[in-house]
Every structure is written in C-alpha cells, then in structure tokens.
Write a protein that binds this ligand. Structure first.
Ligand code: BGC
Length: 728
C-alpha cells in the first residue's frame, strides 16, 4: 500500500528525473537515488554533457574475460569490490550483470556477456549479484530477454519457440532471480515474438513474477519504453531515463479513465519506493584502489586462455631470452569495449612495460601494424617474438561483420612468423576471432580477451609463468563463420530474426552436427598436465553428485577446470548431444590428486514440455561425461534418474503411436486390435492389425480419424469407452 502518494506522484516516481536518477517525492520523504552502469566497473558520469566521461573507477575484466575464469568465487569477489566502489560514489543500483547468451560470435555486445551456455552464465552471474548486493547495493539483471544482437536492437523481434526460449535464453535469468533476487531486472530493447520486451506481460509478469517469484522492480533499458501505459500494464515499473512528463500524464489519465487499473500503477510505485528506502539503508563507504587493481589483475590472469603452446615455448624465462614485443596493443592496450559499460580506469597497465619489468634480457618494441619492416627486423634479432593483435573496435550498438583479424594484423603475424620460429601471438578481442587462417604458422597463441585495467600485468604474469593459465573458453572458436549454428539466421531482416538453430546454440549445434572447430567450448591449456580417474555418480532428490579424482601429472602447480556434461540417450525429446551442467575450477599442486565433487541440480536436468506447459525431468539412464572441454571427455558414467510424473492425457486426437507409447493405452488398444485380428471386427481391420508393416503406417493416425474408416472397431461408443478407461 502506498496511501500517501497521489496518482500524479505515483506516475512521476515511476520515471526517472534525469539520466541516472529516480524522481524524489519530498512530501513522502523519498529522495532521488542514483543508478549507473555497470557491469565491470562503476561508470559515474563526471560532468553534465558528456555521458561517457566517468569518475575514475576500477575497470575490472569485462564479462568475456571474467567468464573465462569459470570461477564463481572470483565473480563474487568482483561483485563485492564493485559494491564498495558504488558505496564510495553514492550509487544505489549498478546496471549489470548482462546475462544474454552469445548466440552468434558476431554479436556486438558479446564482450559484455558471459557465454554461449546458460548454466555457466547463470552460475557466474548469480555470484556477481550476491557479491554486489552483500554491500547493500542493488543489481540490475539485464537485458530481459533474448537480447543477443545489436543489429536493429531497438526494434528487432527475436522469434523463437518456447523450449528454446525457456531452456536457453531465459535459463540464466531464472537462475539469478531465484537464487540471488536482484533488486531490479532491466527489460531489453528488442521485441520477443513480436511484442516489445517492455510491454511483454507474459515475460514481465507471468514468468518473472508469478512463476519465478521475482520481488524487485523491472526497470526499462534506457529508451526501451514505447508506450508507458502498455508497459505498466505489462509489469514494467520504472522507465528510464527521465523526466517523462508526457508519459507521467498519460499514466494518470489512463487511471482516471479506467483504461489502466489503478492497482497496477500503485504496485509499480510501491516497488520504486521500496527500492529507494532499501537503498537508503546502505552506509557510505570507501575503497582501496590499489587492492581493487590487484583483484582486477588476479581475475584477468585467471581469464587468459592458452590456446596453443607447441614445444612448451611458454612460459618465457626471466633471463637469457631476448624478446621482440610487436604490435601497438602491447603499448596501448585494448582492455574494454565501447558504449554504456566504458569505464574511466583508476590506472592502466600495459603489457610492454610489464614484460620489460619481468626479464633481465633485452626487450625490443615495434608498433608493427603500419611499419612491419621494423617489427620484422626486431623479430629476426630476438629469441622470441610476441605479436600483439586483435580487434580494433567493438561496441554496443553495432554487431561485427567478420571474425577476421584486421589485414595489417594478419600481415604482421605472417611476416614475423616467417623470420622467427618462436612467434607467440597474443590476442585482444571482446569476442572470438578466427584463428584458422594463421594458427598453423605460429607455435603459441594466448587468448587475452579484453582484460580490464590490469590486463597488461596479467598477460606478463601468464607469459612468464607466475600464473598458470587456467582460463577456459566460454564460447566455441569456429573454423569458419559459415559453420556456426546461428549463421543462416543472423542478424535477420525486416524487423525479425529467426532463432532457426533453436536449442542448438554454440557447442550444442557444433556437436549435434559433428562439425570440426578450431577450439571447443571449455578448452584451455595449462603449463602442467592433469589426468582424471574414474568418475562415480550418485543420485538424490536434489540432483546428482559427481566425484572424480584429478591428478596434476606435471611438474608445476596448476589449476584445472573440471566440466560435467550430461545427456540422455534415447530421450523422447530433441536434445543436444551434451550440455554443461556443472563445473569447478580447482587448484591442484604438482603431483597431487584432488577429489573433485560436482553438483548437478535436478532442476537443471529438466526440459520444458510444451504439451504439459511445465518443466519435466525425464526418467532414464543419463550419460555423465566429465572432461577438460566439451570435446575432451576423460571419464564417463551412467546414472539412472527417476523422472517426474508426466502423463499426457490421451484423447481421440492422440495417434495410434501415442496410444501405444502409453502403458495403459497400449494394453487397451492392443486388446481391441487383437480382437479385430481374431475376426471379431471387419476383415480389413483384422488384416491391418495383424500386419506389422501396416501397423507402422497406422502409428501417425489419430483414433478419431481411424474411426472414419469403413468397418472400424472405433465406433463412437467404443471410443468413449476407451477414453474413459485409459484416463481414469
Ligand atoms: C544499454 C544498457 C545500459 C543503459 C544505460 C543502454 O544503452 O543497453 O545496458 O545499462 O544504456 O547506460
């Protein structure tokens, strides 16, 4: 109840007062609070007029990198640190995390999103939210929902079937909402199956609130609301940015003329008021910029993925090995993407300085892209050549048009590799790049993503072996863009994009088609090696517990990311060949064995049954594959899981095949066919029922249609009897 707010005040409080503030209602003692981006730093606008210039804050690794750590604990610590920075800057709600799936590697905001897998995304984002909110600062889970491209992003309709929507695109949102209750959920710009997310009653109310029990408020993405009244009616509470006097008036008018239920506006205003009051409880704070920089460095080091390391070229020695550092990115790092998440860092490490500080041997630098001759000479004269290349620009608002390196970067790799066999490529990119055109020419590749402000030192940590590379791919690197499951239907046209690959997003699609990839989902090398023992699985009502001993068989301490993929051979519904269901990043000292325990939640085994309109765990023997990547399975086990009761009532429209698939239906129909075959019915039916080939053909025939055949035993009375007997 919100008795002290008039309708006009209720309308006003449900829109912002400026770009980053809610509307104060002084008579009710409600101040304005500040919300700001997010997600990998606090972007507090420094001065009016320049949206992107922010107060300095720690630029942590963007989600493309933090997801590659596969370590929820690191995400929680990042969330806590962000919470401290928000308190220091008087920010009440930080606009993140972004949990949309990376449907296509061309997606322009992939650097801000975690993965092509919903469980990896959901587990990591849950910890980020828990960490942030433990400091009394709210999160904004975005962009709800199906916001997986930038092309026509304010209007495009993502068209997809309900299983795909629920099992893939809503799954991470569901996990974060039910486990961490973010203060806010941000609706997406796009439409979902034709309806704007900001006006989507099914999404915002039926699913988010009624099914999932979301208790916070729904805020619009900035400028996502087309029609305030329709949005409030659908379940959107706060429209940003503001002010929006016209929309406020439209809401008040709609309540007055009865086209909007007064209770709907009051409920939204109540939620905004609750958020403001909750935000008022947090204490002001401060943060240790040096400690946060160190945390950014730790996360960045753990995010780097070692893709290739022939002959153990890496790690580099700290002495006696002269190094050519080539490529401007070594001196001027690419460390974050463009758009709303762009942070003004408190400081910025570059790899060149950090490499120089890591070795007593000679280090020569050449910028490389425009003056390759100097770089080639430096490479020729050095023991090792490090070539820094990557994407030049990735930003919110635009998808990429290719997965290729810029031509001059590619040329630099080729020319350097031609004169120095010890060429190591270090990549900087917010989403995957093709390695297939050039990877055979170099012995080592380090995937350095966009690593945030401490990326330069983190790269040196990994190159010199101070940190064992334990980053793993959260997205597949394809051989060609044409192979990608999304390829034929991205980015759509004329206002629609069809999610034609359905459930087979990312590795699910590559695995289903057995398509070769350059580097599979979950892949990443270490400086040491691991072996896996026998996996054992036990089942309880909560889910599955998987145990597997992992031994560090190399000479260095390291960290393995153990991954459990599940499938159900013979499932009655279409499924991907394997789906990630649990994982753990585990430190293992040289020579040691660690018993790794993974938990698969029963709910994560469920598929969405479109006939019953609910989640169903299918009964059966599940195949559990434990491995070091989706294509490097080291141990397998099979575990029976008792299914949920899921009987679909049989009707006259159910087919013969469906009747036979149902135990009671099979008995009853079998009897009827047997008596027909025994001559009790028409001779045609008898012949059909006794011929196995004919029976196969009959499988697709609904009983009601069979009843129309001459001499059929399915008289109206017989059908009625059957239906009563089978469903009672
Ligand atoms: C982005 C959001 C962001 C908002 C506020 C929008 O353009 O899509 O992610 O939080 O702006 O900056």
């Amino acid at each position: 109840m919100n008795p002290e707010l008039s309708t006009a005040e209720q309308a006003a409080i449900t829109s912002g007062s400026d770009f980053w503030s809610t509307t104060a209602v002084e008579s009710a003692g409600l101040p304005a609070i500040t919300v700001t981006d997010g997600p990998h730093g606090v972007r507090m606008q420094a001065a009016a007029g320049d949206l992107l210039a922010g107060v300095p804050a720690t630029c942590f690794p963007p989600a493309v990198a933090s997801a590659s750590t596969w370590d929820p604990e690191l995400l929680r610590r990042m969330g806590e640190a962000l919470g401290d920075e928000c308190r220091a800057m008087d920010v009440a709600v930080l606009l993140g995390p972004g949990v949309n799936l990376k449907r296509s590697p061309l997606g322009g905001r992939n650097f801000e999103y975690f993965s092509e897998d919903p469980i990896l995304t959901g587990v990591l984002a849950t910890e980020w939210v828990r960490g942030l909110q433990s400091k009394g600062v709210g999160a904004s889970l975005k962009h709800f929902a199906v916001n997986s491209q930038e092309t026509d992003r304010m209007r495009v309709s993502a068209d997809l079937d309900e299983r795909t929507l629920r099992e893939m695109y809503l799954r991470a949102f569901h996990r974060v909402v039910t486990k961490a209750q973010p203060w806010t959920v941000m609706c997406a710009y796009n439409r979902v199956n034709g309806v704007y997310a900001s006006e989507h009653h099914w999404l915002l109310t039926e699913v988010l609130r009624d099914e999932w029990g979301f208790e916070g408020l729904v805020v619009s993405d900035w400028g996502a609301v087309v029609d305030r009244v329709a949005a409030v009616r659908a379940g959107l509470d706060l429209t940003m940015p503001g002010p929006d006097a016209t929309g406020d008036q439209a809401l008040a008018d709609a309540v007055a003329d009865g086209t909007l239920d007064a209770a709907a506006l009051r409920a939204s205003a109540d939620l905004v008021r609750e958020m403001i009051l909750k935000a008022g409880q947090r204490e002001a704070g401060s943060y240790d910029a040096a400690a946060h920089h160190d945390l950014a460095r730790e996360i960045a080091g753990r995010a780097i993925v070692l893709l290739k390391n022939d002959g153990g070229l890496l790690p580099l020695r700290a002495e006696g090995q002269s190094i050519a550092v080539l490529g401007e990115f070594a001196r001027t790092p690419r460390y974050q993407g463009g758009g709303s998440s762009q942070i003004t860092p408190t400081r910025l490490d570059d790899a060149l300085t950090q490499i120089q500080a890591s070795t007593s041997a000679a280090v020569t630098f050449a910028a490389g892209y425009d003056d390759p001759a100097e770089a080639v000479e430096a490479a020729r004269a050095s023991d090792v050549a490090l070539v820094f290349v990557g994407t030049v620009h990735e930003t919110e608002g635009a998808d990429r048009d290719s997965l290729d390196l810029p031509a001059e970067h590619l040329a630099l790799i080729e020319q350097v590799a031609a004169v120095n066999p010890n060429t190591i490529v270090v990549l900087s990119n917010g989403a995957v790049l093709l390695t297939s055109p050039w990877e055979a020419r170099v012995p080592a590749i380090v995937e350095g993503w966009l690593l945030g402000q401490a990326g330069g030192s983190a790269i040196a940590d990994v190159l010199f072996g101070r940190v064992d590379p334990s980053g793993r791919l959260a997205e597949t690197i394809p051989v060609r863009i044409e192979d990608h499951p999304s390829y034929l239907d991205f980015p759509g046209e004329h206002g629609h994009v069809r999610y034609g690959e359905g459930l087979h997003v990312g590795y699910r699609g590559f695995d289903a088609r057995r398509t070769a990839v350059s580097y599979p989902f979950g892949f990443g090398l270490s400086y040491t090696t691991f072996s896996y023992g026998v996996a054992t699985v036990s089942s309880s009502p909560a889910g599955l517990e998987i145990r597997v001993p992992v031994t560090n068989t190399g000479g260095r301490d390291g960290r393995e990311v153990v991954q459990a993929y599940l499938s159900l051979p013979g499932s009655a519904v279409r499924r991907a060949p394997r789906e990630l269901k649990a994982f753990a990043s585990v430190p293992v000292a040289a020579g040691q064995t660690v018993d790794v325990v993974l938990h698969v939640e029963r709910d994560d085994l469920a598929y969405w049954d479109t006939r019953l309109d609910r989640w169903i765990v299918e009964d059966g023997a599940y195949l559990v594959e434990v491995g070091a990547s989706s294509r490097d399975i080291r141990a397998t086990a099979t575990q029976h899981v008792a299914g949920d009761p899921a009987r679909v009532p049989l009707t006259a429209e159910s087919s013969v095949g469906e009747w036979f698939a149902d135990p009671r239906g099979a008995d009853l129909l079998g009897e009827l066919f047997a008596s027909a075959a025994a001559g009790a019915g028409d001779s045609t039916m008898a012949a059909m029922a006794s011929d196995p080939g004919m029976l196969m053909m009959l499988n697709s025939l609904p009983l009601s249609r069979m009843a129309m055949f001459p001499g059929s035993p399915f008289t109206a009375a017989a059908l009625e009897g059957l239906l009563k007997a089978v469903n009672d």
